[in-house]
Ligand binder design. Structure first.
Ligand code: FAD
Length: 460
């Protein structure tokens, strides 16, 4: 591919304050929204404070921020270029969201290969964080379904990077948090589905051991599995959960009224959270009540319930800006994975969280399958637990520090797309291929143009 020319007249930048979805660490940067790779290339001038790409800002902390530097948003690079209805191969600009891919692909029977818990993420962001979904045990993470992407390198060269021919750069970029260049286009292999509904089995478990046993069993029989856990339950109820496992329904599974239009998908019009919420609405009492209600509402065991894509995959997308409920202090997400055999560490995590009554409502436990070749990709075979806490929770810093220790001792790691505070010294233990990543970065970007608030804090 010819180099993208550096042209004058690229998108003008304006100064803005940015945060991630958790709203914990605002910083100011110039924000530019180029409409083409050439316009984006023209922005890659040497600048001491650095440059980083940004998608829809759904990473929880500051991976897509660059204090005092330039943030290149892909908001205007959001066109689907080709979609082959026969093979499900789609080529699109990097700012296309997974929701756009669903709207375009489903009428022809194609769904995204991997979906995180929100569909409001871009293809560029999904590759850069190598995101995972409820089907990780069956399908791996997002980058595995990307045969190639076009990457704007820090020097301005536009390179087509294929998984087969350029695995070094491909797997540094997949999971590389935007630090190898700006992805401007990508080809993604979509997944064949017969309908836009899922057949869902639900099991309410009594404790963490039963939760892990049911997840293990359901991973053998279902493509999508996950447990929502009651983070505040203690004693004999520790780690009690609602496990939901599903597969896309066949036409024959649908009731007659849905059969004429089995692939119908209309992203629900979303209600918003009005204004700024006061501090303290999400606290140990409200979360305990919400957890109890959610747990009790679930059936002890229910099979074959038909659910929409929105209900099954993206329940939080139904409420726009739900992160505001946490008030001006924001929220801290913490997600780790520990290898199989470290079940005691999972159990201990629930003890630590419930022990200080730290209120996490969105508490998700899942089993990962094999990891991929991404140098900084998060998943590895094992148990992953995601927690979210109001950032001002008393005792939170100490709790998360203890979880870090637990995770490192168990041979696990935390997820960079959600991290806001892991000590840099622990990173090498969590990501053993970090030296390879740093070496490749030093060769690719000797002047250190690409940088984010996250990369500076962690020395990535
Ligand atoms: C409600 C919710 C649920 C979530 N559930 C999951 C989940 O189940 N699994 C999971 O894996 N993640 C999950 N996430 C995290 C989210 O999927 C990732 O953080 C994803 O990267 C966000 O994509 P984005 O387009 O918003 O990227 P941003 O948040 O804007 O950026 C994320 C990173 O990608 C880089 N980046 C973005 N675009 C490009 C580009 N074009 N070129 C190069 N680098 C780029 C940025 O520099 C940054 O490092 C969830 C987030 C939310 C808010």
């Amino acid at each position: 591919m010819p180099p993208a020319s550096r042209q004058p007249g690229a998108a003008a930048a304006r100064t803005v304050t940015l945060t991630g979805w958790g709203r914990v660490a605002p910083s100011q940067a110039a924000l530019a929204e180029p409409a083409s790779p050439a316009d984006a290339a023209a922005l890659l001038d040497p600048r001491p404070a650095g440059v980083i790409a940004r998608g829809l800002g759904r990473s929880y902390n500051n991976a897509a921020q660059c204090d005092g530097g330039l943030v290149i948003s892909t908001a205007r690079m959001n066109r689907i270029l080709t979609l082959d209805a026969g093979t499900g191969l789609v080529t699109c600009e990097a700012g296309v969201s997974l929701e756009q891919l669903m709207v375009a692909g489903l009428p022809a029977g194609w769904f995204v290969p991997v979906s995180p818990g929100t569909r409001q993420v871009t293809v560029g962001g999904a590759i850069a964080a190598d995101v995972h979904g409820k089907n990780h045990h069956a399908a791996g993470s997002f980058a595995g379904h990307v045969p190639s992407f076009d990457l704007l390198l820090p020097g301005g060269e536009l390179r087509t990077v294929t998984q087969r021919d350029d695995p070094g750069l491909f797997w540094a970029t997949a999971g590389g948090m935007g630090l190898t260049g700006v992805i401007v286009r990508a080809t993604v292999q979509l997944t064949r589905v017969a309908t836009a509904r899922l057949r869902v089995d639900t099991v309410r478990t009594a404790d963490v051991d039963e939760t892990m046993a049911v997840l293990t069993e359901h991973d053998r029989t279902h493509r999508y599995t996950v447990a929502w856990s009651d983070s505040l339950a203690r004693g004999p109820h520790l780690g009690r959960s609602v496990v939901t496992s599903g597969d896309f329904a066949d036409l024959a599974d649908l009731p007659a009224r849905l059969r004429p239009d089995p692939l119908q998908f209309s992203p629900a019009s979303r209600i918003g959270v009005p204004g700024e919420w006061p501090v303290g609405v999400i606290n140990r009492y409200t979360v305990a009540l919400a957890n109890e209600a959610y747990y009790r509402k679930a059936p002890r065991r229910h099979e074959g319930e038909l659910q929409t894509i929105g209900t099954f995959f993206h329940p939080l997308d139904g409420i726009r800006n739900w992160n505001r409920v946490y008030g001006p202090g924001g929220l801290r997400q913490y997600q780790y994975v520990v290898p199989f055999g470290q079940e005691a560490a999972v159990r201990r995590s629930f003890e630590l969280v419930s022990g200080i009554r730290a209120p996490s409502f969105v508490t998700v436990l899942k089993r990962f399958g094999a990891g991929d070749a991404g140098l900084l990709s998060f998943p590895m075979p094992g148990w992953t637990l995601a927690l979210d806490f109001p950032a001002r929770t008393p005792g939170l810093a100490g709790l998360l520090a203890r979880l870090d220790e637990l995770v490192v001792a168990a041979g696990g790691r935390v997820y960079l797309a959600k991290d806001s505070r892991v000590p840099p010294g622990l990173l090498g233990e969590m990501y053993p291929r970090l030296p390879e990543f740093r070496k490749l970065r030093a060769e690719l970007d000797p002047d250190g143009l690409l940088a984010s608030d996250l990369s500076r804090r962690l020395g990535l």
